[in-house]
Design a protein around this ligand. Structure first.
Ligand code: PLP
Length: 439
């Protein structure tokens, strides 16, 4: 038995399912999870010393790669001053200024410790500001695990088949209205019925928790128009897309402005920080200025602020996003080409440093239903085939792939080469999953 298996057996005694976050359990792909002990650049090393090329990147924060020297140096420097003071520090002001510069929709920002907290509080602010209770969200979009947002949720909730969690009172769930992503007609119908009760529409402008779904032309602009008409707020959850698909996130990429933006992952540079922000008029409803309460012992923690600031500084390098997008394109085009050659039906999507793989003949991938119709068994076999060759993709057909600045052209060509062998096996052999592989 290898070390990962031994550790997982021990973990299951003390942690429900052996994990602290469900998708990590490999429930979505069967088999036992891998325990990692270090990461450097685009590579991870597991508890048995095996190396993996990593397309998960800590689920998105590590856009520069693991243990980037600039980030490590800034965090180490800050660490020498102490772990945090529960009081204001200069570095949180610097990061706030940087976020406002990079995302001009954000005139004021508040830092919190997780994307869940950020999305939850953005909703509270929207309700406090509009004095309305209902929200509209989209099936398969994930905004963390706050009660009102765990209705028809994506990510792990979708992977585990529990998109609407137990433990949420009906009274709370009833305030959440759900539409299909990209279906403006459904949103229009909800507004026509509940118009002046709707505080906000919240969405991932590029849906990245039911694999990767891009907004159809006119979808975001249509939402903006409806929100203006009914005086509701438009909230973009850019926890994944922020600083990943463009320096200014999906807001800059698509040019349709929301009222509030939720950030996480990259803004904390790999440490626990997230944020939400927007128009000053709306943000002023937050305590201590206004009546909407929110607080956090570790909010604005200096180590997390240092990691976030160090990361954002490097994203401003010229060509950063062109390079990242070119890598995603090379990878997805290469995978599609080799899959086709082997007779495997594969569609892909990519934007900035994010990509999605769909095992399906259908070129239409616009909503949660389209993703659910993909061949999930084939994905599992692909996942394990790649893993056994040392390539680590997210262990769920509903999660996306992440590319970092540390992934090289050679890494990507090697991935395509290995995938071509795996695709041939998928098309010709009925192999069992070579569980928990690695090189
Ligand atoms: N919003 C989106 C779009 C996410 O992808 C996630 C997590 O993956 C969250 C919110 C919740 O963030 P966290 O896991 O930091 O609570």
């Amino acid at each position: 038995m290898n070390n990962s298996k031994l550790l997982f057996a021990e973990a299951k005694k003390y942690l429900p399912g052996g994990v602290n976050s469900p998708v990590r359990s490999f429930y979505g792909v069967t088999g036992d999870p891998i325990f990692f002990k270090s990461g450097k650049g685009a590579y991870l090393t597991d508890a048995d010393g095996r190396q993996f090329l990593d397309y998960v990147c800590s689920w998105g924060p590590l856009i520069l790669g693991h243990a980037h020297p600039h980030v490590i140096a800034k965090v180490s420097e800050t660490l020498q001053q102490g772990l945090g003071f529960g009081a204001s520090t200069e570095i949180e002001v610097k990061l706030a200024k940087k976020v406002c510069e990079l995302m001009p929709t954000i005139e004021m920002v508040r830092f919190v410790s997780s994307g869940t907290e950020a999305a939850m509080t953005a909703i509270r602010v929207a309700r406090g500001f509009t004095k309305r209770n209902k929200i509209i969200k989209f099936a398969g979009c994930y905004h963390g695990h706050a009660d009102s947002l765990l209705v028809s949720a994506g990510s792990g909730a979708l992977t585990l088949g529990i998109p609407s969690s137990a433990g949420i009172p009906d009274a709370v769930a009833q305030e959440t209205l759900v539409a299909e992503f990209n279906r403006l007609d459904e949103v229009k119908a909800l507004f026509a019925r509940y118009g002046n009760e709707i505080a906000a529409v919240i969405l991932e402008p590029v849906a990245a928790n039911m694999n990767l779904i891009l907004p159809n032309d006119g979808f975001l602009a249509g939402l903006r128009q409806l929100c203006d008409e009914y005086k509701s707020l438009l909230i973009y959850d850019e926890v994944i897309t922020g600083f990943r698909i463009a320096k200014g996130g999906a807001t800059a990429h698509y040019g349709v402005q929301p009222d509030l933006i939720v950030l996480g992952k990259i803004v904390g540079g790999g440490l626990p920080a997230a944020a939400f922000g927007g128009k000053a008029e709306i943000m002023r409803t937050l305590a201590p200025l206004g009546p909407v309460y929110q607080a956090g012992t570790l909010s604005g923690n200096p180590l997390a602020m240092a990691a976030g600031l160090a990361t954002l500084e490097l994203l401003e390098m010229p060509e950063f996003y062109d390079d990242l997008s070119a890598k995603s394109r090379t990878l997805t085009e290469g995978l599609e080409r080799t899959a086709k050659r082997a007779g495997v039906a594969l569609q892909t999507r990519h934007i900035g440093g994010a990509f999605g793989l769909f095992f399906t003949e259908s070129a239409t991938i616009e909503s949660e239903g389209d993703v659910k119709r993909c061949d999930l068994q084939l994905f599992k076999r692909f996942f394990h085939g790649m893993l056994s060759e040392g390539i680590y993709f997210a262990p769920s057909a509903f999660e996306i792939g992440f590319i970092s600045a540390s992934h090289t052209e050679e890494d990507i060509q090697r991935t395509i080469h290995i995938a071509s062998k795996v695709f041939t096996d998928l098309a010709t052999k009925q192999f069992d999953f070579p569980l928990n592989g690695g090189v």
